[in-house]
Design a protein around this ligand. Structure first.
Ligand code: BEZ
Length: 221
């Protein structure tokens, strides 16, 4: 089955982009990376998504995350559509702040399992789904999300997830439902209480549960 699983090394593919030819690992360098695909250039939902991603580019930069988009269109189409995207973002005089991969031969879309069988072009060929891959500085896949063509993504949620990924890569914590940066986090179940008290100087609080099991341990980072 094509695709990349969590924890696997992300393929070091070569591709043409709106910033020239790249080798993916060189493009990433030591940074985190986000690769997000969209079905087609010059389509409405995709335009709103890429404009939102452009508006948030400083937020990705702040987190040390290199951005790159992808669809099965050509570099020429991407360059032309980028102007529409930036006009939609009310920044018509600025270039799109991240490159777009031209996967017009669909090689990467097949390799990464990104095609949406329910959405096809006029020749009956499947379009790319709305995939998100977050890659760590070790080039391993840390997160993947797959939306169908008909549902636009929430880029605030993508930033929230990156905050969680970057925090949990450093500390022995996990982030609970609807967590936002600054809120309490949970001590991971595999960490013994004795180690948790030394690792978390802000203290660890445990919520009593009917089972009597003490697995809901919170701390503040
Ligand atoms: C869109 O971006 O609006 C779109 C693209 C393909 C299928 C459905 C919607």
């Amino acid at each position: 089955m094509p695709g990349v699983l969590l924890g696997e090394e992300f393929p070091n593919f070569e591709a043409d982009t709106t910033s020239g030819r790249i080798k993916f690992h060189d493009f990433l360098g030591d940074s985190w990376g986000i690769l997000f695909s969209h079905p087609k250039d010059f389509t409405p939902v995709c335009t709103t998504e890429l404009a939102r991603a452009a508006k948030l580019s400083d937020e990705f930069k702040k987190r040390g995350v290199k951005m790159i988009a992808l669809s099965i269109d050509s570099v020429e189409d991407h360059n032309s559509w980028s102007k529409d995207v930036m006009a939609y973002a009310n920044e018509a005089d600025s270039p799109l702040p991240y490159p777009i991969i031209a996967d017009d031969k669909r090689e990467l879309s097949v390799l990464l399992g990104m095609l949406d069988p329910d959405e096809r072009n006029k020749d009956g060929l499947p379009l790319t789904a709305r995939c998100v891959f977050v890659i760590g500085p070790d080039k391993k896949l840390k997160l993947s999300i797959l939306y169908p063509a008909t549902t636009g993504r929430n880029f605030d949620e993508i930033l929230r997830v990156i905050d969680s990924l970057q925090l949990t890569a450093q500390k022995k914590v996990a982030t609970p439902v609807d967590w936002k940066p600054g809120e309490k986090v949970m001590v991971i179940p595999s960490l013994p209480d004795s180690e948790a008290t030394t690792l978390f100087p802000n203290g660890v609080t445990t919520k009593e549960m009917p089972s009597g099991k003490k697995y809901l341990r919170y701390t503040k980072i």
